[in-house]
Design a protein around this ligand. Structure first.
Ligand code: AMP
Length: 289
């Protein structure tokens, strides 16, 4: 595996490749990331990975400085996965001058849920992903469903800019106790790590309640209000266990807006998304209904 830090060197290395499959990451790789490398291999050749902790997507009080950087161990894992090139640019390579041109996703998708609690986050994500696409020029790029809203926003960006890249989704890989793997899990204390799977359990309980409601004979009369009450109950349950939830929201998979009675009647596909703090660590997860 070649580790490349420079854009020109990357282009030289990839010249003539028109089926490359790309997995962008921020490093500190775990099985979730590696599962995406395997998916990438099924969709193209060679597989290119990138590691770049993107300052643009971190808020001023977020964890940019303490985000785990473990390049050497990451490179070993990628090598084992048969990755052809690891693109690991420094900030001065990717942002040699202030990145003034940015991609601003539409408010109705970019400013809700994660975007509401992390202003500017998706602008930073879209900008770096577009730039990485421009560097790597992949045929396929793989993103995890763990970051459900991000996946959706990038799909729409690729569509609206007619980018010649297929966006492929990877399922969320979890620890045995159900906790979604995340680089941020490393911030958890031992006690918090024991509690952390409760986030997914809260989603599963909520899903059961939704299915119970939808299964009832008079499901034609289910209101948005009832769903809100279920969201609130789930949120309260987490609070009682010491979590500080940012949101726990039942949404339509198609556009991440709240479903109305008509949507429920026509059995629109739903997803529950959540973000919550446990101590100092903010975790996100989701569950399709
Ligand atoms: P990150 O390094 O956190 O920016 O993540 C890089 C890619 O890995 C993104 O597409 C994430 O959605 C994906 N990812 C992160 N955690 C997981 C997981 N547990 N399972 C599958 N994909 C994941």
């Amino acid at each position: 595996m070649k580790i490349v830090t420079d854009i020109q060197e990357l282009r030289d290395q990839l010249r003539g490749q028109n089926r490359a499959s790309f997995v962008p990451t921020m490093g500190n790789l775990h099985e979730g990331h590696l599962s995406l490398m395997r998916i990438a291999r099924q969709h193209g050749d060679p597989v290119i990975a990138s590691i770049f902790v993107n300052r643009l997507q971190f808020g001023p009080n977020e964890d940019f400085d303490k985000y785990p950087r473990t390049l050497e161990a990451d490179a070993e894992k990628l090598e084992k996965e048969g990755v052809y090139v690891l693109f690991a640019p420094t900030e001065s390579v990717l942002y040699p001058e202030p990145q003034e041109y940015r991609v601003d996703p539409p408010k109705q998708l970019g400013d809700i849920l994660e975007g509401e609690f992390r202003p500017g986050f998706f602008k930073g994500v879209c900008t770096v992903v577009l730039k990485l696409f421009s560097c790597v020029q992949p045929k396929v790029a793989v993103f995890g469903k763990k970051d459900y809203q991000q996946l959706m926003i990038i799909r729409q960006m690729a569509q609206q800019f007619a980018l010649p890249v297929d966006i492929v989704a990877g399922e969320t890989i979890r620890a045995e106790d159900g906790l979604a793997l995340s680089s941020r899990n490393g911030y958890l204390t031992k006690e918090e790590r024991t509690e952390a799977p409760q986030l997914q359990i809260a989603l599963q309980n909520l899903r059961q309640e939704i299915q119970g409601l939808l299964g009832k004979a008079e499901s034609s009369s289910i209101t948005a209000h009832q769903l809100l009450a279920l969201e609130q109950k789930a949120s309260e349950a987490l609070k009682n266990r010491g979590w500080v939830p940012d949101y726990i929201a039942i949404r339509k998979r198609s556009n991440l807006l709240a479903p109305n009675t008509e949507d429920l009647l026509t059995k629109k596909e739903l997803v529950i998304l959540t973000a919550a703090k446990l101590g100092k660590t903010r975790l996100i997860d989701n569950l399709e209904v």
